[in-house]
Ligand binder design. Structure first.
Ligand code: FAD
Length: 313
């Protein structure tokens, strides 16, 4: 496979780096301080919308959606987008500025690929405009969810509605005040063949019976404002028209959704690791224990070299 970057991707990489240097680096400390303050839990940093408008005007918007989606897409392949995700990952919160942050990216791709015109009009359009955010509810506390065939949430057909009952956790983004819609994975047929039991359904976050039980933390961080929520679905009723694709297609949709999403995550994390390495190399030339800078100690140099190799591996 040819991993050379196209001219289009290279031009966008330069544009993105410039935008980040001009608009994001200068406010980075302010944004982080805002989100580390417990008084600001689940609040958005007030300057975010202005930055989003700016990025949109400069054409740095929805870059993640591959060109197979025609008019909805800015026309990049996943390969062309990968280095852009890496650049955004250098400052993790920056991807929202470009409407390229998870879980919205995967959810938008699901809606673009499988949504009906009505579902797209109601949810994809505001998501692509950056007006709302979304969550993806697959993982459950009571079953080993790395094997998604295990999930137990029931989606039961009743007249014109589906009734959804279950418990979810690690629902990233669900704490965000702008999170208005969840894609929920559950089972419509517990007796069908293993990979045809699951379905996916759109559940507005303000539907009766959907309760956010608590935010979870990762390595001690609550990841405000998006967070990762534990959610109770207690006989949640939605119209039949909220089902994505058709009954039994949930596993198929999940595979399609998580594939590109995992690559995006990995590329962002490579960017973050590379930036951490750069900060480390700066730091060791500035600190001087026992009369000489850290970068003159061979063990420190070995550790840094090892980190560089590990990023490459
Ligand atoms: C920060 C964060 C954000 C998340 N966001 C979301 C989200 O938005 N929506 C959502 O639905 N879920 C989300 N998740 C959940 C995530 O997708 C699950 O944690 C993951 O799928 C694993 O499921 P589990 O936690 O049930 O682990 P389990 O399935 O219980 O796995 C238990 C252990 O088994 C290991 N294991 C599994 N398979 C194998 C194998 N084949 N070989 C060897 N070991 C194996 C795992 O590594 C793990 O250590 C998030 C998780 C985190 C940490």
């Amino acid at each position: 496979m040819n991993f050379e970057y196209s001219e289009k991707s290279i031009a966008l990489q330069e544009k993105l780096k410039l935008f980040i240097a001009k608009n994001i680096h200068p406010v980075q400390k302010e944004v982080e301080a805002f989100h580390y303050d417990p008084l600001n839990a689940w609040k958005k940093w007030p300057g975010l919308e202005a930055l989003k408008d700016k990025a949109k005007k400069e054409g740095l918007w929805n870059l993640f959606l591959p060109k197979g989606y025609g008019a909805l897409s800015p026309g990049l392949t996943n390969l062309e987008y990968a280095p852009l995700a890496e650049i955004m990952g250098r400052i993790l919160w920056s991807s929202e500025v470009f409407n390229c942050s998870p879980p919205d990216t995967g959810n938008m791709e699901v809606l673009a690929k499988y949504g009906t015109p009505a579902q797209q009009d109601e949810w994809l359009r505001p998501l692509m405009n950056g007006e709302i955010r979304s969550a993806f509810l697959m993982t459950e506390p009571d079953v080993a969810s790395s094997d998604a065939t295990n999930i137990e949430t029931a989606i039961v057909s009743e007249g014109d509605e589906y009734v959804i009952t279950g418990k979810k956790w690690w629902s990233s983004g669900a704490m965000d005040p702008n999170c208005k819609i969840a894609i929920v994975m559950g089972k419509t047929d517990f007796e069908a063949p293993r990979h045809l039991q699951q379905s996916m359904i759109l559940v507005p976050m303000d539907t009766a019976g959907l309760t956010i039980e608590r935010p979870l933390s990762v390595y001690g961080y609550n990841d405000s404002p998006e967070g990762h929520a534990e959610i109770l679905l207690d006989a949640v009723r939605v119209p039949k028209g909220n089902l994505l694709l058709s009954e039994g297609k949930g596993f198929e949709i999940a595979q399609g959704r998580l594939g590109p999403g995992r690559i995006h995550h990995c590329m962002r994390l490579i960017g973050m690791a590379q930036r951490s390495l750069e900060l480390m190399t700066q730091r060791v030339s500035q600190r001087s224990p026992f009369g000489r800078t850290l970068d003159t100690y061979s063990s420190i140099r070995q550790e840094i070299a090892l980190s560089r190799c590990e990023i490459e591996q």
